[in-house]
Every structure is written in C-alpha cells, then in structure tokens.
Design a protein around this ligand. Structure first.
Ligand SMILES: [Zn+2]
Length: 433
C-alpha cells in the first residue's frame, strides 16, 4: 500500500476519516518523508519536523531535528536529496532535543567541503535551556525514558545559537523574507516564523495536532495564556499552510485559522477557569476536578488528549500563578510516605485488604482510587512480591485506558517497577519489546 501524500493525510484527519489516536496517524509517527508544500519550501516529517527553505544563497532550515544520530542521518539524506546547497542559516523554534540538536551532520559537511558553517538563530532564552540540559543529563534521561517508554540518551553538548534575538527578527536570505517572533508557550524560548511570500506559517510546537503540551507533569513551567495570545497573532498572518512541530501540515487558510483560533480558545478557557477558581480560594483538588475544556471543542481532531491533557494544563496554570501548596495542610510538612502507608494499612486491617480493594476498584474502572490504594500497599510493604504483582496489574490496566503519552508513560513506568520487584520476567520482557 502506498502512503497517501501529507496533504491527503491531513485532509483525512481533518474530515474525521482518520484519527490521531491511531498509531500510524499519531503526530509523532516517524514517516521520514520530505514533500514540497509551497514553492521552494520543503517539509520533512519524522518524529519531529524540519522545514527546508531553498534560496539562491543556500538552504535555510527551520528546526534541525533530533540529537539521535540515526534520526540525524535520515533527515540529512532526505534534505540533501531535496537541495544540496550549503545550509546558510538554521533557526531553532525552541531548544528541545528533538528540534535544536540535528545540525551535526550539516556542520560536518560544511567542514569537509570548506563551506562557512551556517548561522544558527534562536531566541535569547535558548542558550540558558541548553546549559540547563548540560547540567541535568541524569534527570532528563530518566524523565524522558519514562515519558516515552524507551531508553534515552541525553545529549551533553549542544550547537548553541550564533545569533539570538529578543522579540522579533527578520531574516532575508536569497530574496526570501522570514519573520521570526518570540512567544512563551510550550517553552520560554519559542520562535514562530512567518514566510509571507510563500504564505507559510511555521509554528514549532505551538501546534502539534494534539491538545497543547502545556501541562507535562515532569517538565518545567509552560505558559497557557501567552501561548493562546501567540496563536491569535499567528492567525493574523492569514497563511495558507501551517507547518507544525509534529504531525502533518494543515492546508487552506480557513483550516489554518480555525486550528489556531480554536486551540487558543481551548487554552484560554482552561486558563481562565483555573484562575477564577484560584481567586475564589479553591484548592488544587477543587481545580483539577472541576475545570474542563470547552465542550464545543472536545471533538476536534487537533485537540485530542493524546500527548498531554487538560488536567495537567490546569496544574501548570496553578503553578504559573501559585505556590506548591495545594490546600491540604498536612501535606505542607508530611510524614514519610512509608509511615503514612503503614498506618493506613494497619487501619484497613492489613496490606492485603488494600491490595484486594485496589484490584476490585480497578476492575470497576475506578483507577484513580485503585492506584492510591495500590501505592499505599506498595509503600507499606515495599519488598513484597505479591503486593507489587497486584500493583503492576492495576497500573497495566490503567495504561490501557489512558490516552495521553504523559499519563501512559508514568503509569507504564510504575507497572514496570512493580513487575521488577515481583520478579515477573515475562512482563518485563514484553514491555521492553
Ligand atoms: Zn517537539
């Protein structure tokens, strides 16, 4: 079966004939294809995307792809097949390792051929992010392995920008005008790019065919309100093609505008509801169980909670304005988890009661409560193989009903840890595959 064009994939998703939840339509599916989406504008779609602008003075890359050597090589070959001229300039839409770490093969090529190396442009906050990554390899390798459910090497070097900007910057290369603008959103260092001559908008991860990644439980602060404003600014560009950080392009002015404005509305609604509740004195418990995205938008193909999810965005809005105190006074200076868990187990009449009830609740589909009980049981008896075997079953079942990468990753990791303690080799092996 031949693969449909990116435009056809996009249309099918938009029209509801395909669904981003399916693995071959998930925005992160590594297609390894490059298609021209406007005259002299190539779009390379893999796990993350790269935009290649051809000019008489050389190639401009908007994003550079991943730190993983194999992914770099795949991107290099496709881009070189599209245009072999030197890379004049590379722009990072943000400093994440799947966007700003793909230059090494192009830098090696420049050195081998005696070309001057490309200018590297990013927002002025990119270098601090790259230094933070160099300081936190152990932490970042762990949380990303947990998030994606695979072993992960974390880069300890980076190709830092050679030029940064504060608010707005124009690039003119070979007669092509590109306008770079800063926005806080998924990160504090985001750049989105407009190419007015080609009617192309490059969003970086401000648009990824999924509910915005504005709540990620394991990552630093994200900015819902600024994110929404920048989407509204992007829509004013009136572009014909939207090139996202992950997933396929969106084609047609009306669709581009709708995708941007409805994503803005989605974020603003979560933000405004959360802030209103905070002002009324609500606790985190109130807020995360009360705030919901607008019902009119929950069926949109580009707003499904397949990567991040609204409940996590709400927590990030809280963190943007509030402290870490969530409204439960005992949690300000808590007892050790193990001490709490032993006390709860004793009151329940033993750890096996907790375990049995956890499994009952899981069978009834109440995974929120089931997982609390399973965690208390495991914290009360951290080396018990039976307790961990049950906890693994509860979390394995939960992974199946969750939709977001972020939730699935954390629950899969919990199950894996318990399978290891329970000595369940088969389950550990099957999760590795
Ligand atoms: Zn990304």
């Amino acid at each position: 079966m031949t693969r449909p064009s990116l435009e056809e994939m996009s249309r099918r998703l938009w029209d509801g004939e395909e669904w981003t939840l399916k693995s071959d339509n998930h925005p992160f599916v590594p297609l390894n294809v490059l298609e021209e989406v406007a005259p002299d504008v190539g779009f390379y779609k893999n796990f993350s995307n790269i935009v290649v602008v051809r000019t008489p003075e050389g190639v401009v890359m908007l994003d550079t792809g991943s730190h993983v050597a194999l992914m770099q090589q795949l991107a290099f070959e496709k881009i070189r097949a599209y245009d072999a001229r030197r890379v004049h300039t590379a722009v990072y839409t943000h400093g994440h390792v799947d966007h700003a770490y793909g230059l090494p093969p192009f830098l090696r090529e420049a050195a081998e051929r005696g070309w001057s190396p490309p200018a590297i442009v990013g927002h002025e906050a990119v270098p601090a992010r790259m230094r933070r990554y160099i300081d936190t390899p152990g932490y970042n390798a762990r949380i990303n392995a947990r998030q994606f459910g695979m072993e992960m090497e974390w880069p300890t070097t980076a190709d830092f920008p050679t030029a940064t900007y504060h608010d707005r910057m124009e690039l003119h290369v070979g007669g092509v005008r590109m306008i770079l603008r800063h926005a806080r959103g998924e990160t504090d260092d985001h750049t989105w790019i407009s190419i007015p001559g080609a009617s192309v908008l490059v969003t970086g991860d401000m648009f990824i065919w999924a509910a915005p990644n504005c709540g990620n439980p394991q990552k630093v602060q994200r900015y819902a309100r600024d994110w929404a404003s920048s989407l509204r600014e992007m829509s004013a560009e009136d572009a014909s093609v939207l090139l996202p950080g992950h997933g396929v392009p969106i084609y047609g002015k009306d669709r581009v505008r709708q995708a941007l404005l409805e994503t803005a509305t989605y974020l603003e609604s979560l933000h405004d509801q959360t802030l209103a509740l905070m002002n009324e004195g609500a606790t985190i418990d109130d807020v995360i169980h009360t705030v919901k995205p607008p019902a009119s938008l929950t069926n949109r193909p580009f707003l499904q909670p397949i990567y991040d999810e609204p409940e996590f965005i709400v927590r990030n809005v809280w963190r943007c304005y509030g402290g870490w105190y969530g409204g439960v006074p005992s949690e300000v200076k808590p007892a050790r988890r193990a001490a709490q868990a032993r006390e709860i187990a004793a009151l329940a009449g033993g750890v096996d009661r907790l375990v049995r009830r956890a499994e009952e609740l899981a069978r009834a589909g109440d995974f929120r409560l089931a997982c609390h009980l399973a965690d208390w049981a495991a914290d009360a008896e951290p080396t018990s193989r039976e307790v961990h075997a049950a906890r693994a079953r509860v979390y394995d079942a939960r992974v199946k009903v969750e939709t977001s990468t972020m939730a699935k990753g954390i629950f899969r990791d919990a199950a894996k840890g318990s399978h290891e303690i329970a000595g369940d080799e088969e389950a550990i092996e099957s999760q590795r595959l």
